[in-house]
Design a protein around this ligand. Structure first.
Ligand code: 13P
Length: 253
């Protein structure tokens, strides 16, 4: 990927989802050590489960690898058992947060309107949101993918994002954890539609936020996917759990 002075550095973010006990921190140590020894052009982040967040941030301190959360509550604090707020993520050492992942939209009934309030909370706390969008297989087969994803972008991104650092991650649900990826043509068509929507919402400021692709990104498809038009990085699930796999993807950016 060529990086012009106008294009932000690509972002490669690892989403560990609900995976990782203490020994998983060794993988993060290995990623940080490798990037320290051989710096890369991409920005790199690891988003562990909340239980590892603080320890991960301590391990990554002084390295180039950023720490991110996987969700936050719209409120700062209060009676919300089991939830984590944006200021708590910052307190634990996070600088980014994934919001609106399809697994949360599906399993926790998160609507785009709710995601937009979480984005507002993340911004207020100083976090850089990575806002996820993506269609199901049924929606794609019905020819609804572009309209649905465009609406998710419109409704999940509040006006307060104008001029702020953020990323959008396009993750077709049917490609997540399945080993299937969208074709480069489909990725480019969707990323172009997302870029057009961002430009319609934010004008000039909508032209620069990176649009990440997610869904079975692996070492063997990363060069092709990351080389596609308007792909500004990747949100990586399974292949981010092992340092060697994740580093191979980072090297492709
Ligand atoms: P996989 O890379 O395991 O398909 O997961 C993608 C994802 O959901 C990242 O948020």
């Amino acid at each position: 990927m060529t990086i012009s002075s106008l294009t932000p550095r690509p972002l490669i973010a690892g989403n560990w989802k609900m995976n990782g006990l203490t020994e998983a921190l060794d993988q993060a140590r290995a990623v940080a050590a490798a990037l320290d020894a051989k710096p890369v052009g991409a920005r790199v982040a690891i988003c562990p489960p909340s239980t590892l967040l603080h320890r991960l941030a301590q391990i990554l301190e002084g390295s180039t690898v950023l720490t991110g959360g996987q969700d936050c509550h719209p409120q700062v604090c209060g009676p919300h058992t089991g939830d984590v707020s944006a200021p708590m993520l910052v307190d634990a050492g996070a600088t980014l947060v994934i919001l609106g992942h399809s697994e949360r939209r599906e399993a926790h009934g998160e609507t785009s309107a709710l995601v937009a309030t979480k984005v507002g909370a993340a911004l207020a706390a100083g976090l850089e949101p990575i806002v996820c969008v993506g269609e199901s297989l049924a929606q794609r087969e019905a020819g609804l993918a572009v309209a649905l994803v465009t609406a998710q972008v419109r409704d999940s991104l509040p006006a307060a994002l104008a001029g702020q650092a953020f990323a959008v991650a396009y993750e077709p649900i049917w490609a997540i954890g399945t080993g299937r990826t969208a074709t480069v043509a489909d990725i480019e068509a969707m990323h172009a539609a997302i870029r057009a929507q961002l430009a319609a919402m934010f004008g000039e400021a909508g032209k620069t936020p990176p649009i990440l692709y997610g869904g079975s990104v692996k070492a063997d498809n990363a060069v092709e996917i990351l080389g596609a038009a308007e792909v500004g990085g990747a949100l990586v699930g399974g292949a981010s759990l092992k340092a060697s796999d994740f580093l191979a993807i980072i090297a492709a950016a």
